[in-house]
Design a protein around this ligand. Structure first.
Ligand SMILES: [Zn+2]
Length: 145
């Protein structure tokens, strides 16, 4: 993709995020770097030359932010299947998201957060547990009324 097309795609995302009231900290360089590997992080799909490499929010917006550390490459199929699931729940439910691919994504994340991979996994597990608690609490509230 030409520089101009890349920049236009990046600006399109920026505008869409702003319109949805999402606080946006993704720089153009971060955006290019995130897309620099031509494979889907969740299934290993190889994007064809010239095919747009899509980015997915590792933790869905609202829980995670629109920042480089919360973005990874995803093919159309994984992007729509993951939808608003947290990344660990999606990992457990998705056979194509192999331990090897998960490990690679975790290592990438750990570097960006400046922590070890086991610490990164612990952070993700804490997030997942917190969401599950919230969902259970909401269900209890509804049953009580
Ligand atoms: Zn995929």
């Amino acid at each position: 993709m030409s520089e101009t097309l890349e920049r236009r795609a990046w600006r399109f995302i920026q505008t869409r995020m702003r319109r949805n009231g999402v606080f946006d900290l993704l720089s153009y360089d971060d955006y290019l770097l995130k897309r620099s590997k031509p494979t889907c992080s969740y299934c290993g799909y190889q994007f064809a030359p010239g095919e747009a490499v899509m980015l997915d929010h590792i933790q869905p917006l609202g829980r995670g932010e629109h920042v480089a550390s919360n973005l990874t490459r995803a093919c159309k199929s994984c992007n729509s299947r993951k939808a608003r699931q947290d990344v660990l729940t999606f990992y457990d439910a998705t056979p194509t998201f192999t331990p090897q691919l998960f490990g690679a994504m975790l290592a990438e994340l750990a570097i960006e957060y400046g922590v070890s991979a086991p610490d990164m996994l612990e952070m993700l597990e804490r997030e997942q547990a917190a969401w599950q608690r919230e969902r259970t609490d909401n269900r209890d509230d509804k049953e009580a009324t």
